[in-house]
Design a protein around this ligand. Structure first.
Ligand SMILES: [Zn+2]
Ligand SMILES: [Zn+2]
Length: 489
C-alpha cells in the first residue's frame, strides 16, 4: 500500500493496488493522480448519488476461494437507469469489477484475447460475432456517462467520461467488451454472483441506507408525483422508472429526489382486469402489482402485462392475452439459439420450436418498473414453444432479453387476487366464450370450400347434404357455447 497526501486538503489518500492510477480523496473529493512518485490534483470529482446499494468501499468477500476488498467505484448512468462498477482488489493483487445493477451482480475480469474482436459500431443486439475463438450473440450495447466516483480507480475518470460497453452471451457464459478507451476493446469474462454466495462482509445495513437515502431499499414506498402530486408506489433502489398513473409523467426515482424526465402526454387510461397496486397470495407469498403495461402487435392485437413483486422472489410477470393468462419470468441463463430468427432453440437439451415472430409496441404503461418504459417502445419478439412452456426473445436496439412463460387458469388468477378480479375479467373470457362456435365456423368454411369444387361441377343434391352437415356441426357448437356461458355467469 502507498499512502500520499491529498494535494488539496492534506488528508491521507491510500493506494492499495499497484494498478490504481487515481484515487478520489475521501474528505474533499479531489481526484488525486498518482504519477510516478508525485501526486497531481486533477480537480474535484462529483460525489456519487445515493442509490441504495448495500456495497461500499471496504466491503469484503470471497470469490472462487480468493478473498477480495472493494477499493473503488464508478457510478454510471445510461438510458435505462444507473449502475455501479465496484473495483475489486484480490489478496493476490489481481483486480476485477463487480457490476451492481438494481440488485443483479456480476464479476468481470480482464483477460487477454486474440483477435478478431468486433468494432463497436457494427454491434447490434441479436447479432452473432466472433470474440476470439468463440462465436457469441450480442446481448446488450450501451453508452453510459460516468456520474461519480469513489476510492481508487485504474484509469483517469471525470464527470463526462463515457463508457462504451457491449455484452455477449453463449448459454450461461458471458463476455463484456469495453470500448471506452478506443476502438481496441478490453475483453472481460463475467460470471453472475450473489452477495450471499460471496460471503460479503461490511455491507451497508438497511438502517444506514435509510439514514442517507431517507427510505428503505426493497420496502414499498410512496412518493408524490412531482408533476401532479398524485401518489405513486415504488421500490426505492429497485424500480426507479415511474410512470404516474394519474398524469403519465415519466419520473426518474434513481436518487432520493425524484426527477421528472418528461411531462405526461395525454394517454387515455386503458382499463385492465387487474389494477395497479392489487395484491395477491401466491404460494404463501405476498405479491403486488407495481407496473401495468399494454402492448400491441403488428396486427393490432393487444395484451396486458403486469409487473409483480414479491419480497422473497423478486420480480415476475403476469400476462393476459386473448389465449388466456401466463406467468412469465426473465431467464438468467439463455437458451442456445444458432442465430436470430433461427426456428429452434435448445434449453437443457430440450428443443423448442418457433411459434410466432412479431413486433410489439407499448401503447400504455403506468406504475413503477425496473427498466425505463415509454409509450411507443418497440421490440421484435420471437416466441418458441414446447408443450405448455413458451420461451420468448425480445429484441430492441439496446438489448436482447429472454423470458419463459407457462399458462395460468383464469380461476387461478381469481384465487390469487381474490376480489381484485371483477367484472373486467370477462374480457379475457370473451374469446374463450365463443371458442366452440368459431372453431365450428372455421371447420364449416373449410368443408364448404373443399366441397365447392365438386358442387360447381355437379350442382345438385350435394348442396343439401352439405348444408345439413354444416348445421350438424354448428348446432352442437352453439349448444356447447351456451353451456360455457352458463358456467361463467
Ligand atoms: Zn482531500
Ligand atoms: Zn402525476
Amino acid at each position: 500500500m502507498q499512502i500520499v497526501s491529498c494535494p488539496s486538503c492534506g488528508a491521507e489518500v491510500k493506494f492499495r493496488s499497484h494498478a490504481s492510477v487515481m484515487a478520489v480523496c475521501e474528505y474533499c473529493s479531489t481526484r488525486v493522480l498518482k504519477d510516478a512518485d508525485a501526486v497531481k490534483d486533477l480537480g474535484k470529482m462529483s460525489s456519487v448519488l445515493e442509490d441504495y446499494s448495500p456495497i461500499q468501499i471496504g466491503t469484503s468477500g470471497v470469490l472462487g476461494g480468493r478473498a477480495f476488498n472493494v477499493i473503488g467505484r464508478i457510478q454510471l448512468r445510461y438510458a435505462a437507469g444507473m449502475w455501479n462498477e465496484w473495483y475489486l482488489l484480490f489478496d493476490d493483487g489481481a483486480t476485477s469489477w463487480l457490476g451492481d445493477s438494481s440488485g443483479l451482480y456480476t464479476v468481470t475480469t480482464a483477460r487477454d484475447t486474440q483477435p478478431p474482436l468486433p468494432a463497436f459500431d457494427e454491434l447490434e443486439p441479436g447479432g452473432m460475432v466472433r470474440v476470439g475463438s468463440e462465436r457469441m450473440m450480442v446481448s446488450e450495447v450501451r453508452t453510459a456517462d460516468c456520474t461519480g466516483g469513489q476510492g481508487e480507480l485504474p484509469f483517469k475518470v471525470a464527470e463526462g467520461w463515457q463508457a462504451k460497453v457491449a455484452d455477449f452471451r453463449r448459454g450461461s457464459s458471458f463476455v463484456t467488451l469495453d470500448y471506452s478507451d478506443g476502438p481496441e476493446p478490453v475483453v472481460y469474462t463475467g460470471v453472475s454472483v450473489t452477495l450471499e454466495a460471496m460471503q460479503c462482509q461490511l455491507l451497508r445495513e438497511d438502517e444506514q441506507i435509510e439514514r442517507s437515502a431517507g427510505r428503505y431499499r426493497g420496502k414499498l414506498s410512496a412518493l408524490d408525483c412531482p408533476s401532479c402530486g398524485g401518489p405513486i408506489n415504488y421500490l426505492p433502489g429497485q424500480t426507479a422508472n415511474l410512470l404516474c398513473p394519474s398524469c403519465n409523467a415519466q419520473i426518474d426515482a434513481a436518487s432520493p429526489k425524484a426527477q421528472v424526465l418528461a411531462a405526461g402526454e395525454r394517454v387515455d387510461r386503458v382499463p385492465t382486469t387487474l389494477s395497479l397496486g392489487a395484491e395477491a397470495n401466491l404460494n404463501k407469498q405476498r405479491y403486488r402489482i407495481l407496473g401495468v403495461m399494454v402492448r400491441e402487435d403488428d396486427e393490432g392485437t393487444r395484451w396486458t402485462e403486469y409487473l409483480l413483486y414479491g419480497a422473497r422472489s423478486g420480480f415476475s410477470w403476469l400476462v393476459e392475452t386473448d389465449e388466456g393468462w401466463w406467468r412469465a419470468g426473465v431467464m438468467p441463463e439463455w437458451p442456445a439459439w444458432e442465430q436470430t430468427g433461427a426456428d429452434t432453440v435448445m434449453l437443457d437439451k430440450i428443443m423448442y420450436e418457433k411459434l410466432y415472430d412479431y413486433g410489439a409496441t407499448v401503447i400504455y404503461a403506468a406504475g413503477a418498473f425496473n427498466w425505463r418504459v415509454q409509450v411507443g417502445d418497440h421490440v421484435r419478439v420471437f416466441e418458441f414453444q414446447r408443450g405448455q412452456t413458451r420461451l420468448a426473445a425480445e429484441l430492441s436496439t439496446e438489448e436482447l432479453i429472454w423470458s419463459r412463460s407457462t399458462p395460468v387458469a383464469a380461476d387461478q388468477i381469481k384465487a390469487w387476487f381474490g376480489v381484485a378480479v371483477r367484472g373486467k375479467a370477462r374480457r379475457a373470457q370473451a374469446t374463450e366464450k365463443g371458442r366452440y362456435g368459431s372453431a365450428a365456423k372455421k371447420f364449416i368454411m373449410v368443408m364448404l370450400a373443399v366441397n365447392a369444387i365438386p358442387m360447381l361441377l355437379n350442382f345438385g343434391g350435394t348442396l343439401v347434404f352439405n348444408l345439413l352437415g354444416a348445421l350438424a356441426i354448428f348446432l352442437p357448437a352453439l349448444f356447447l357455447d351456451s353451456i360455457d356461458k352458463g358456467d361463467k355467469s
